[in-house]
Every structure is written in structure tokens, then in C-alpha cells.
Design a protein around this ligand. Structure first.
Ligand SMILES: [Zn+2]
Length: 430
């Protein structure tokens, strides 16, 4: 197959900017330096979420910055050096919505010559992270202001809140622990208990994922389908679904895995939409992790593309999370991959009932988001958002519903053959 490299399409906004830049290059011999080294704020984007709120400041060139926090009332102050106050900064306060879980107000002003001061008024005590991101994909230099609430939302409590109707779900332990033993399967205990499924809508926030020719973003389509699937799972008597993100913000890949592990998910299903330079590429495909190399070069390129999400979405590489590092040391991966393949086959079979299959077998590659060592995990490329026909369908309520129903049917088929087993370890509450 020659269906790579698979690169997201350039958003129109960026194409115009690039066209402008080359035009300047034509009229001034040193135009490139003049255009690219221009300090100044090009855009400000805000991604509010319960987990954290991110403010991204896109810059014409990297700049010096410093930050500090002030108590009573809680504030984050960031000084940007070497720039002057601009229109973009003036409109900063309009970008904060009243329902932002973390930020009350954001304003900017000229602090002293050449220094602009941003003041963020906060709704609660936060742990701020202020860091730069180098240019990547369609983005230039970015300065990122992340504010994490000191008391983050607990996914286990979120799950509990949704399972009140279940008799034995009165305490934390009961939700993910065994209800009662029912029988044996290949020597292992089969149980009747609440099954939890983590649904992972791909991309989000700064990372739009692939962009269709009609202008739809993969991140929006994946969220819509995941929400529909969640509703279907929650209707099942013994199943509950948790989303890795329920709004438009970026969740780092390893964090998606960690969210699934914290609630001891039985399954992890990552939902995406494919893209290719040729508009006629079409169909659905399903992927699982490979420990030994990709099953095809197309699968390898796709995994590389999906793994770029952290660079585009933006993570602070200076922060090393020991909990995330630990997940790599687990040795139970092979057994998990076998279960992932079974789940993948069942889902692929159902997808074949509603769409052409891009690949008729489950493919394998090194997807970072599928690396939970103890949770069967699949990544579904629902359809090609780069194909105008499939892009249109991906945006239709009826088709999103059909897609969710097909995935649901695949999950049911999997559990019919592989009933949930007793869980041997306690939920990770760290
Ligand atoms: Zn994707």
C-alpha cells in the first residue's frame, strides 16, 4: 500500500498565513527574518475543563517570560518580555467563559516598557504550569499556561455518581470489586459484576486531529460518537462507560491510559477518524498494540501520526510523572494484547455491517494510547474524514448513532464469549 505519509490537512487559516509569508519573502530579500522573528501575540486560545484549563498564547517568536502566584484572592501572574500590548491581548478577557471551572478572569496590560503582564484570577487554588512549546505541525511558538485545580475531579467518583441505581454500588470498593461469583471459565473465576469501559475520544483542544475538506475536525466527530456510545453502554444493566474527555480539551496520551487504569476499566476503546491525501481513501479499521513491530507500514505510519498528538496537543516535557512511567514496567502485556485482538475482531466484524472495511483484519502497531498493560485496548478509525462522503456521514446524527451501535454490538459480542473475570487487585486510588 502506498497510503502514507498520512498527515493532517492544513487548516485554511494557516494556509492564508503561509501564503502571506511567502509573498513578503518575494518583496524583501531578508523577508523571512522580518516575518518569522516578529515578536508578538498572534492568537490566544482557551480550553476550559474540569481537569485543568489551558490558555495557549501563540507567538511570532519565542520570548522571555516569568510567572508567580498570589493568594487571597488566588491569582496567576505572567510577565511577557519583549512585546508591546496589542489588540489580541486587549480581547483576552472575552475569551474566558463564565462556566470555566478554574479561571474567573483574565486580563493583560502594559506593565512597563517592553513587558506585558497577564493576570489570571482563579476560582480555586491551583497548581500552575507555564511552559513553551516549539513549533510543530501548523503551530508556531506557543506559550502554555495550564492551571490544575489542587483537588482534581476523581474519575472513580464520577463513575459512582453514574451508578447509583446499582444496588451494591454504595461504596467505592463495591463499584469495581466483585459482586458474586457465578462460575468458572478455563480455571478462572467468572463473575457477575459491574463492567467498566473507558471511551477515549481522540485528540481535543489544541490538537484538532485530522481536518476534513468540508472543515470538520476529527476531535469533534470522535467526541460526538463517544458520547453516543457512552449513552448506549450506560443503558446496559451491568455496564458503565467513562470518557477520558467530555469536552473540547487536550488529554495527554499517557493520561488517557492512566484514567482507564485508575477506575480499573475492563476495556479501553479509543475513537478516531482516519485521513489521507487522496480523497477517495475510505472505510473503517481497527488497531491494537504491537510489541514486536507494526503489522504493515501503513499501520506504523498511522501509529506515528496518532502518537504526535502529545506534541500538537502540547505536554510539558519537564514534568516526569512516576505513575505514568510505572505502567511501562508491567509484563502482562502479551495476554492483554490477545484479548485486545479478540475485542478488535468482534468490533471490526460489526463495523463491516455498516461501512466498507478499509482493512479486513485487525492491524497492530505501537500506539501510545493502547499501552495499558492490563486492559484490553483497541483504536477504531471509524471512517475517513478526508473522504468528502465519509466526512458528511461522520457529521450526521443517524450515522454517528449507527457507528456507536456497531461498536456496542462488538463489545457485547466480545463479552458473550469472554465473560468478565474476578478482579485480583484493588482499584488504584493513587
Ligand atoms: Zn486520530
Amino acid at each position: 500500500m502506498s497510503e502514507y505519509p498520512r498527515e493532517p490537512f492544513l487548516p485554511r487559516r494557516r494556509l492564508i498565513k503561509l501564503a502571506g509569508a511567502s509573498l513578503l519573502l518575494l518583496v524583501t530579500p531578508f523577508g523571512k527574518a522580518a516575518v518569522n522573528r516578529q515578536p508578538g501575540v498572534l492568537a490566544v486560545r482557551v480550553w476550559p475543563a474540569a481537569d485543568y484549563t489551558r490558555v495557549t498564547i501563540e507567538l511570532g517568536a519565542p520570548l522571555r517570560f516569568s510567572h508567580f502566584t498570589v493568594r487571597d484572592p488566588e491569582r496567576l501572574v505572567v510577565d511577557l518580555e519583549g512585546i508591546e500590548f496589542s489588540n489580541v491581548l486587549e480581547s483576552l478577557s472575552d475569551k474566558i467563559t463564565v462556566d470555566d471551572p478554574n479561571i474567573k478572569l483574565l486580563r493583560a496590560g502594559r506593565f512597563k516598557p517592553g513587558v506585558v503582564r497577564l493576570v489570571m484570577e482563579l476560582k480555586n487554588e491551583v497548581r500552575p504550569q507555564v511552559f513553551e512549546l516549539p513549533p510543530v505541525g501548523n503551530y508556531g511558538h506557543r506559550l502554555v499556561l495550564d492551571v490544575y485545580p489542587l483537588e482534581p475531579p476523581d474519575p472513580l467518583m464520577q463513575l459512582l455518581g453514574k451508578s447509583k441505581q446499582i444496588d451494591d454500588a454504595g461504596t467505592r470498593g463495591n463499584v469495581t470489586e466483585v459482586a458474586k461469583a457465578e462460575g468458572k471459565r478455563s480455571g478462572r473465576e467468572v463473575v457477575d459484576r459491574l463492567v467498566t469501559i473507558t471511551l477515549d475520544p481522540g485528540h481535543g483542544g489544541e490538537d484538532p486531529g485530522a481536518i476534513g475538506r468540508g472543515g470538520s475536525y476529527e476531535k469533534n466527530v470522535t467526541l460526538a460518537i463517544a458520547k453516543r456510545l457512552k449513552a448506549k453502554i450506560d443503558k446496559e444493566p451491568n455496564m458503565r462507560a467513562v470518557l477520558t474527555r467530555d469536552t473540547d480539551y487536550f488529554v495527554p496520551l499517557a493520561m488517557r491510559v492512566q484514567k482507564a487504569r485508575r477506575i480499573r476499566s475492563d476495556l479501553f476503546v479509543s475513537i478516531h477518524a482516519d485521513a489521507f491525501v487522496r480523497p477517495d481513501a475510505n472505510g473503517s479499521s481497527v488497531f491494537v498494540l504491537s510489541e514486536t513491530g507494526a503489522s504493515s507500514s501503513a499501520a506504523r505510519y498511522l501509529a506515528q501520526k496518532e502518537n504526535k498528538a502529545d506534541l500538537i496537543g502540547g505536554i510539558n516535557l519537564n514534568v516526569k510523572d512516576s505513575a505514568l512511567a510505572r505502567t511501562l514496567l508491567d509484563l502482562s502485556q502479551t495476554a492483554t494484547i490477545n484479548d485486545s485482538l479478540k475485542l478488535g475482531k468482534d468490533v471490526l466484524r460489526e463495523l463491516g455491517g455498516i461501512n466498507r472495511l478499509h482493512k479486513t483484519s485487525v492491524e497492530q502497531a505501537g500506539f501510545a494510547v493502547l499501552k495499558a498493560p492490563d486492559i484490553p485496548s483497541i483504536l477504531i478509525e471509524t471512517a475517513f474524514i478526508s473522504n468528502p462522503k465519509e466526512e458528511k456521514r461522520l457529521n450526521e446524527n443517524a450515522y454517528q448513532n449507527k457507528m456507536a451501535e456497531a461498536i456496542m454490538a462488538g463489545i457485547r459480542r466480545y463479552f458473550a464469549k469472554n465473560p468478565p473475570l474476578a478482579k485480583s487487585r484493588l482499584a488504584r486510588l493513587d
